[in-house]
Design a protein around this ligand. Structure first.
Ligand SMILES: [Zn+2]
Ligand SMILES: [Zn+2]
Length: 469
């Protein structure tokens, strides 16, 4: 079993600000967490219990009985009162405290004391699923472990703090040497980026023009594990923009994911690749997607985007979605009126793709019908009841590739920070005609269940999946 934790950056900041104060005393907080259970990850077939932060509760100062640099005692009734909410929503609870002296791990005394509390929880709630403890230190470090049903502890394999930045914490951080191939990159960005990338699991959904570029860039950067999802095979009309594909792949109708997989393995950089040659929404892909740290959305399909849009908020899985828009007149040669690249990062606190009008729900419905019931779709289309796909949309490799570069650079910045403190963009538009970039914040549409309230942020597993009816 692999145990991991994803903290929303806003929660991490809340913990830092409230627990670590100038008086140098220990303090207590709690995190109510959604859960993501993965029965088997696609690379190593290992199950995972992932905690997802939903809400931070700071223990009020008047509940602290005694506190010093190295210990804290507090009114534990406060913890017991939270257990009702934990039970009702099948949440996990995490006890957090700080170590003002910078000791990076929970002590044996911490474990003895917290075990008593988790025993109370077990007796009251009778829950079979794990709960957790975390400790934070003044330099920003965080570590912890989960408690299983036998009240044994398991250190976290990975703790993610995701928001404007993507920070990851893991036991071997900064240890060991990486392949020579990444040395020049280390000269630019330092060792830490390379180590972090080698630990990451990233999905590329859609392996066409932008997806094939994204996947090969991620492999060259040194990302450890990549999941490629696309149900389509190579067609001659793709060869103007598909990285790594050849005419023989089109003639033999090779799957796009297979072409990319062999190309990346041939690079010899040690990348672990898994492929899924199915439509992203197929039920059996759920675990594979959930087991990733980050998703790149490279599909131009509205229904696929609908799924990724929800996944980002429910599972705290940042989705870096991209698109290229080319609008032309019917003249010959066509006149280009719009030529824009777009990269949007979907995550709590950012505006979703529905509110940004990137997804058209009507087209998404039509695409769903076309997949489920092709015959019915043809009938309705004849009668003009559904919006069909238009003519093939224009696509030029230099622009699809540049959009992929924009997306991957946003990702590098969020880990490494090369653009400075305000360098992240929830959405960046590149206007290729005028050669300018714009950051577009977007506007939340009233009643959007993803952006408007925090109802589903970090909700994780529930029935129905992603609360889709
Ligand atoms: Zn402690
Ligand atoms: Zn929204």
């Amino acid at each position: 079993m692999r145990y991991t934790f994803t903290l929303q950056q806003q929660h991490y900041q809340e913990l830092q600000e409230n627990l670590i104060r100038d008086d140098g005393l220990e303090r207590i907080a709690f995190i109510l967490c959604g859960r993501s259970y993965i029965a088997s990850d696609p690379w190593d077939s290992i199950p995972e219990e992932r905690f997802l932060s939903r809400k931070v509760i700071i223990l009020p100062d008047d509940m602290v009985l005694d506190s010093s640099l190295v210990h804290v005692t507090w009114e534990t009734d406060y913890f017991v009162k939270l257990l009702k909410e934990v039970e009702e929503q099948s949440l996990a609870i995490t006890i957090v405290h700080n170590h003002p002296n910078g000791h990076p791990k929970l002590s044996e005394i911490d474990k003895v004391n917290e075990k008593k509390l988790f025993r109370v929880l077990h007796n009251r709630n009778g829950i079979e699923r794990p709960h957790a403890s975390l400790v934070i230190i003044p330099d920003g470090g965080i570590s912890g472990h989960s408690w299983d049903k036998e009240l044994d502890t398991h250190p976290f394999d990975l703790i993610r703090v995701f928001g404007n930045k993507f920070k990851i914490f893991y036991p071997s951080k900064g240890q060991g040497d990486l392949a020579k191939a990444f040395h020049r990159q280390e000269l630019a960005f330092g060792k830490a980026l390379n180590h972090d990338l080698s630990k990451m699991r990233i999905a590329v959904v859609g392996c066409g023009g932008t997806g094939s570029a994204t996947a090969t860039f991620l492999a060259r950067l040194g990302v450890g594990k990549i999941l490629l999802i696309d149900e389509d095979y190579v067609d001659e009309t793709n060869l103007n923009r598909l990285h790594c594909a050849s005419i023989s792949d089109a003639q033999t109708k090779r799957l796009k994911v297979d072409v990319l997989e062999s190309a990346i393995i041939n690079m010899g950089l040690g990348t672990k690749i898994k492929t899924i040659s199915q439509w992203v929404e197929s039920d059996n892909n759920t675990d594979s997607l959930k087991s990733c740290d980050i998703v790149f959305g490279c599909t131009d399909d509205h229904q696929g985007r609908l799924l990724l849009n929800r996944l980002a908020y429910f599972y705290l899985l940042p989705v870096i979605d991209m698109g290229l828009l080319i609008k032309v007149s019917e003249a010959e040669p066509p006149e280009i009126s719009v030529l824009n690249g777009r990269v949007t990062v979907l995550y709590p606190e950012n505006v979703c793709l529905l509110c940004r009008n990137v997804i058209n729900p009507e087209i998404a419905r039509a695409e769903g019908l076309q997949r489920r019931d092709p015959e019915g779709y043809r009938e309705l289309k004849k009668e003009a009841y559904v919006i069909g796909e238009g003519d093939p949309s224009p696509a030029v490799m230099t622009f699809t590739t540049e959009v992929a570069i924009m997306a991957v650079n946003e990702f590098i910045h969020r880990i490494q920070g090369f653009r400075g403190p305000d360098g992240s963009a929830s959405e960046r538009l590149r206007l290729f005609i005028s050669c300018e970039d714009r950051k577009t914040g977007g506007k939340i549409r009233e009643g959007c269940d993803l952006c408007d309230k925090q109802k589903f942020w970090g909700r994780g597993d529930m029935e129905p999946f992603l609360n889709r009816i």
